[in-house]
Design a protein around this ligand. Structure first.
Ligand SMILES: [Zn+2]
Length: 669
């Protein structure tokens, strides 16, 4: 189980070498001589700013999407690679630096990975093959959840929403390797083609691993179809999340051995479990109890093989890429090995690399300048809360109190974790991954039993991102994000407010939104909204949902707009508050006109530049089915029609495509 922060961008899997950036440090993030004049900013600011880039840029072959954030990730990855290579070249190394060098080397040693073939998974496969009872099956499912993150559910760790002491494990449905229900049940040729490619994938990896159950691939598909149906039934039943102790689970949801499943993960120490859709778990457990155990074993094995394939030889890793990469998303090439090595180090030894990255790439002056900006955005946010018409007065006082208590952490953590006791070997890739995974699971389990970890970051300093952590009431902005085009202390302030300022305000919004209402200024679970606040907020949010629904690509519009609503609210409030902060920073004086653009115009150009991005057509469907964030054009454009400053900056009038009639405009903060 892992805590999940809400991030400004979805966690991108792994990324690509950047086209070398030749821009000097003080060049603004938008070249105003290279705007797409075929689009009017009032109609499509996204295209006006990014049109020329969109025409020229290709999504790199190992990616499904590309843009501002993947370019930043590329830069960060190159820096981390240089750091590890530099460490590897030294004769004497501190033990923790030896860990990063060896973990990195174990991924790069392709020859050894190929020579080992299926050997690294033989022991686990023998255990799966030897399962004879539901209890043994449940124990393996729990063990694999801790070891390879491929168990039957998604677990997250959080505080108890009722305010009682102790941590709680929230379980959400998982269990299918394909995200789109259409792929399981669709009658058309495209769905049938996906199913047949999927069956081929399963057959290939089963054969490579020596898993020789008759019709194993068919059993996996059958079970996953049952799980999709269970999920649909749970969604239709609309029962609220329900809490159970392990003992209660055993009595009330029979079929699966919950205690055997919990033990390998340390979950038996949690006060209770919160099942997000109880109906799903009932159907899952009943099915495990009744149906052919051999089929369930093949299903769990397929999940395991899919989780570990990237760390195994070609028959596994290529089969996985050909199906989950090329066939499902249009990705043309696997992520290069060096990037996967960087990702491994960032994933499991983040805080060994962190201080080395900060020393190399991040200055004290940048940290101080970014902290000043956070302060100004917080000032503007307080003013916005005072002006928010929809909040009842007691709620407004609570919100202001929460903002006063909010901590902003900029760049890197105050203390760095160590990984003592984690054994890393340069010749044991899968062993490294599994030991590191278990090391992390045990640490999380220790938190379940109350041994906290104050101050630790959920995203490493060397990975570009930002998040809000409700239990600590803090926002985090990583060092790798505090770079051009998001932030540059040397450029005109409008550029920085339109990008980094909006990102900071977006994260602060999560302290005050429908999820933020559930914890107070000290991070304690307590709902501080009144029923009338809930109604007023939802009325406004519904207008925004309708705007997105009208503008998202056709597939799954309503569901996508509903899923993305929380992030879209945060984008709108973030943009609005950042604009207020920028205006306040001018202190009543007009901003200089630079290259023909006013300060207000530059602010919005920067916002559109922030969301520069391109998504492969094959991937867009998957994005709309799974992402919490709107695709780049809508993410950039739709909020603008609600911001009065945008109308003034570009003279937006009825008839402009981004125009929204005054009664349809949404203002939240
Ligand atoms: Zn967010």
């Amino acid at each position: 189980v892992r805590p999940t922060p809400t991030r400004i961008v979805a966690a991108l899997a792994l990324l690509l070498p950047a086209p070398a950036s030749l821009a000097s440090a003080a060049a603004p993030p938008v070249d105003v001589r290279a705007l797409d004049r075929s689009a009017r900013p009032q109609d499509d600011l996204f295209r006006f700013v990014n049109g020329i880039w969109l025409e020229r840029a290709d999504v790199p072959p190992d990616r499904v999407a590309h843009g501002t954030f993947s370019e930043l990730a590329d830069e960060a990855d190159l820096a981390v690679r240089a750091i590890v290579e530099e460490a590897a070249s030294r004769r004497r190394l501190a033990p923790e630096q030896r860990q990063i060098v060896d973990l990195h080397a174990s991924m790069l040693d392709e020859t050894r990975v190929e020579a080992l073939g299926a050997k690294p998974i033989e022991g686990q496969l023998a255990r799966l093959a030897g399962v004879r009872s539901v209890a043994e099956f449940s124990a393996e499912a729990g063990s694999l959840s801790a070891l390879a993150a491929c168990g039957p559910f998604v677990g997250t760790l959080g505080a108890d929403a009722s305010g009682e002491a102790g941590l709680v494990v929230t379980l959400a449905p998982a269990g299918t390797l394909l995200a789109d229900p259409e792929h399981y049940f669709g009658e058309g040729a495209p769905a049938a083609a996906v199913r047949s490619e999927y069956a081929r994938y399963l057959t290939t990896v089963f054969a490579a691993s020596g898993w020789s159950r008759p019709a194993a691939a068919r059993s996996v598909l059958d079970i996953e179809r049952r799980l999709v149906r269970a999920r649909e039934a749970a969604a239709a039943a609309r029962r609220p999340p329900a809490r159970f102790t392990l003992r209660e689970l055993r009595a009330r949801i029979p079929g699966f051995d919950w205690a055997a499943w919990a033990k390998p993960q340390g979950i038996e120490r949690a006060a209770y479990l919160l099942l997000s859709e109880p109906e799903y778990f009932e159907r899952f457990a009943a099915s495990v109890g009744q149906d052919d155990l051999e089929s369930w074993k093949s299903w769990l094995t397929a999940r395991y093989l899919t989780a570990v394939a990237p760390f195994l030889s070609r028959p596994f890793s290529e089969a996985r890429f050909e199906f989950f990469g090329r066939a499902l998303t249009g990705q043309q090439q696997p992520i290069p090995r060096w990037k996967r090595a960087v990702s491994l180090v960032n994933g499991y030894l983040a805080d060994v690399v962190g201080p080395l990255y900060v020393r190399r790439e991040f200055s004290a002056a940048t940290k101080a300048a970014a902290e000043r900006m956070v302060g100004r955005v917080l000032d503007a946010y307080r003013a916005a809360v005072r002006d928010a018409e929809w909040m009842a007065e007691p709620t407004r006082r609570e919100a202001l109190h929460k903002l006063a208590r909010l901590r902003a952490r900029v760049g890197y953590p105050d203390t760095w974790r160590r990984y003592r006791g984690l054994a890393i070997r340069d010749d044991d890739l899968l062993g490294n991954v599994q030991r590191a995974q278990r090391f992390e699971s045990e640490r999380q389990a220790a938190r379940v039993s109350g041994a906290g970890d104050p101050g630790e970051w959920m995203i490493p300093a060397q990975v570009p991102n930002a998040y809000y952590a409700p239990a600590r009431n803090e926002i985090v902005v990583t060092a790798a994000l505090l770079r051009p085009p998001l932030f540059d202390d040397g450029v005109d302030a409008a550029w920085n407010y339109g990008s980094l300022g909006a990102v900071i305000a977006h994260e602060i919004t999560h302290a005050l939104d429908e999820q933020g209402r559930g914890t107070d200024g000290d991070g304690a679970p307590r709902d501080w909204w009144k029923p009338e606040d809930v109604r007023a907020f939802r009325d406004r949010a519904a207008l925004l949902a309708a705007q997105f629904e009208a503008r998202l690509p056709a597939a799954a519009r309503a569901a996508a707009s509903a899923r993305m609503l929380r992030e879209n609210v945060a984008d709108l409030a973030g943009l609005s508050v950042a604009f207020r902060a920028y205006t306040q920073s001018l202190g009543g004086r007009p901003a200089p006109v630079i290259d023909g653009f006013t300060g207000e115009q530059r602010f919005f150009l920067s916002w559109a530049r922030l969301w520069r991005g391109k998504v492969r057509d094959e991937h867009l469907g998957q994005w709309l089915l799974t992402s919490n964030h709107a695709p780049p054009p809508q993410r950039a454009n739709v909020p603008l029609g609600n911001i009065q400053g945008f109308y003034a900056a570009f003279g937006v009038e009825p008839g402009s495509r981004l125009y929204v009639s005054p009664e349809q405009r949404v203002s939240i903060f």
